[in-house]
Write a protein that binds this ligand. Structure first.
Ligand SMILES: [Fe+2]
Length: 233
């Protein structure tokens, strides 16, 4: 399994998982408007896109999953409780999908949104906005369907995973070097809080610092209704 980080100079992370022997690929959190470049990369490398996966319903950008599905016939994969339309493959907690000789396993990780999930593929963990790198902590829980107390409880999920797994987050500063879960256990403040009160006060500071999400009014309806008519490509 190879992991390619696409658009590494951006805050919103997109990953392409490639099963070397079969040349089958899965894309995680492709962003509408730059997905044509993702498709070029897929074609140039002679890959067969099988899955376009959204880790959750994004509030800050429009997903490219439904357009990738239309253009390539791949499955659009999300967690089974999502309200987003256009999804063709709903996954449940602990369910696996096969990608050539590789296995992708999905874990329910709600809190940032109610439909957030984490994906494990070999020694790699794709965490979406459930977990970021180091000081960045985790995604904010004050956007639609976000609930801090649920996110805090979901962090227990990480107890199932060993230190050596590489964490690939959904957002981090441009060109961030992704780190292992063990490194994050030492360096991510959120993984070192002792109780929910500490977590909640950290979240509240984040909400103040981050302020309003610029694209929320267009991104949420576009993602829920699989409709990009308000989005210029
Ligand atoms: Fe998000």
């Amino acid at each position: 399994m190879i992991v390619e980080t696409l658009h590494n100079d951006s805050w919103a992370k997109t990953y392409l998982l490639i099963d070397k022997s079969s040349k089958k690929a899965a894309i995680i959190d492709s962003v509408f408007g730059r997905h044509e470049q993702d498709l070029d990369f897929i074609q140039q490398n002679d890959l067969d896109l099988i899955y376009a996966i959204a880790t959750h319903t994004h509030a800050d950008h429009v997903t490219a999953c439904f357009d990738l599905r239309e253009k390539t016939g791949c499955e659009y994969v999300m967690y089974n409780n999502t309200v987003s339309l256009g999804v063709s493959k709903y996954v449940q907690n602990g369910e696996s999908l096969i990608l050539g000789n590789s296995v992708l396993t999905f874990y329910f990780a709600p809190g940032h949104t109610n439909d957030s999930m984490v994906i494990r593929a070999g020694d790699n963990l794709f965490t979406g906005d459930f977990l970021f790198t180091g000081e960045a902590g985790v995604g904010r829980d004050d956007l639609p369907s976000g609930r801090p107390e649920v996110h805090w409880k979901s962090l227990k999920l990480l107890d199932n995973f060993s230190d050596n797994l590489m964490v690939y987050s959904g957002h981090d500063p441009p060109n961030t070097e992704m780190k292992s879960l063990g490194w994050n256990r030492l360096n991510n403040p959120v993984l070192n809080f002792n109780n929910f009160e500490e977590y909640l006060s950290w979240q509240k500071k984040q909400w103040e610092n981050l302020g309003e999400v610029t694209k929320i009014k267009t991104a949420i309806p576009a993602n829920i209704f699989a409709d990009t008519s308000s989005e210029s490509n």
